[in-house]
Design a binder for this molecule. Structure first.
Ligand SMILES: Nc1ncnc2c1ncn2[C@@H]1O[C@H](COP(=O)(O)OP(=O)(O)OP(=O)(O)O)[C@@H](O)[C@H]1O
Ligand SMILES: [Mg+2]
Length: 311
């Protein structure tokens, strides 16, 4: 659905400004119906590549196609719903008036616009504010109306630059649900975030961009595997075995209350559990520690700075 072929972008310098190499040759494909999270730290080049994908910015070299077409073709644009990083809103318009204008600009019929507006305002919990001017919207409400605008014409491809930004936990949950619904309906989604936890819950794959380079493009399970993700096994004492005895057998663990927690890799989990049971220990829990992907991202960022990346 979307392909980036060795896309490079350097923002030219001026008299006192140095040129900025924002993208250093990125290549990847988003398959139809796939949800891809574009993650990376500030300044990684996410917005730059999204703007190229939308035909708002020209690459210095390389090529981007959407469904085999160039982003600048009008027919391509009609298939894309876009939420900009810094949406510009006509502040004097009400929510309904704004969506009506957007609908007209995308060539929708008045009846369809009215119907979609009702659906989306309702879905985004903005119905009560439908006649309020956007000037009086809160930050999170503006973010939601931006999303409504992107979804209005029911596009095949959603490109969302930081859709979660400014949203409270309920708003984030709502966006996650809506991305899930879009996926169920066969839509393709590319959205950026610097919060990997957002990617973890909705995306099929994450594209990790650091310093203008694609460091990883993998399913979240694969990313965990690269990160050497380990499980935590918590063993508890029983009348047959004390915590101290458990600790002696597995000294690399640490005390958690009365229990003993071990970090183990997936491959050896079964064996350790068997050994623990035979020694009389209680299996309290096996869990995947939170935010492993966040650590992966930080590691990828560090690797790139060590190599002299420009992030
Ligand atoms: N118009 C511009 N002129 C010069 N440099 C620019 C321009 N736009 C972006 N840059 C630079 O290009 C690099 C990539 O910026 P970009 O906005 O694509 O990053 P990002 O990944 O979207 O970051 P964030 O998470 O902060 O939104 C940065 O170093 C930025 O300063
Ligand atoms: Mg950005």
């Amino acid at each position: 659905m979307v392909t980036f072929e060795d896309v490079k972008k350097t923002y030219p310098g001026g008299l006192e400004r140095r040129a900025v190499r924002a993208l250093n040759g990125i290549t990847f494909t988003v398959e139809p119906g796939e949800v891809v999270a574009y993650v990376g730290p500030n300044g990684a080049g996410k917005t730059t590549s999204i703007n190229i994908l939308l035909g708002l910015l020209r690459p210095s070299s390389g090529r981007v196609t959407v469904g085999g077409h160039l982003p600048t073709e009008a027919s391509t644009r009609a298939r894309i719903g876009y939420l900009p990083e810094r949406p510009y809103f006509y502040e004097q318009l009400s929510a309904v008036e704004f969506l009506r204008l957007c609908g007209k600009l995308s060539g929708l019929e008045a009846r369809r616009i009215a119907q979609r507006t009702d659906e989306l305002l309702d879905r985004l919990a903005l119905s009560e504010a439908r006649h309020r001017r956007l000037r009086h919207f809160s930050r999170g409400m503006l973010q939601r109306i931006g999303l409504a605008q992107a979804l209005l014409h029911d596009p095949d491809l959603l490109v969302l630059d930081e859709p979660m930004s400014g949203l409270d936990p309920i708003g984030r949950q709502l966006v996650r649900e809506m991305l899930g619904e879009a996926k169920t309906r066969g839509k393709t989604v590319l959205y950026s975030s610097h919060i990997l936890a957002d990617a973890e819950l909705v995306a099929d794959r994450a594209a990790v961009l650091v310093g203008g380079e694609l460091k990883a493009l993998a399913s979240l399970g694969e990313l965990r595997a690269v990160s050497g993700d380990r499980l935590e096994l918590v063993l508890g004492p029983t009348p047959r075995v004390t915590r101290e005895e458990i600790a002696q057998r597995w000294p690399e663990g640490r005390a958690v209350g009365n229990d003993w927690a071990l970090s183990v890799d997936e491959g050896s989990l079964q064996l350790i559990i068997t050994q623990a049971i035979s020694r009389g220990a209680r299996i309290v829990q096996v869990l995947r520690p939170q935010a492993p992907l966040e650590e992966t991202l930080i590691r990828l960022m560090r690797q790139s700075t060590e190599k002299g990346g420009n992030a």
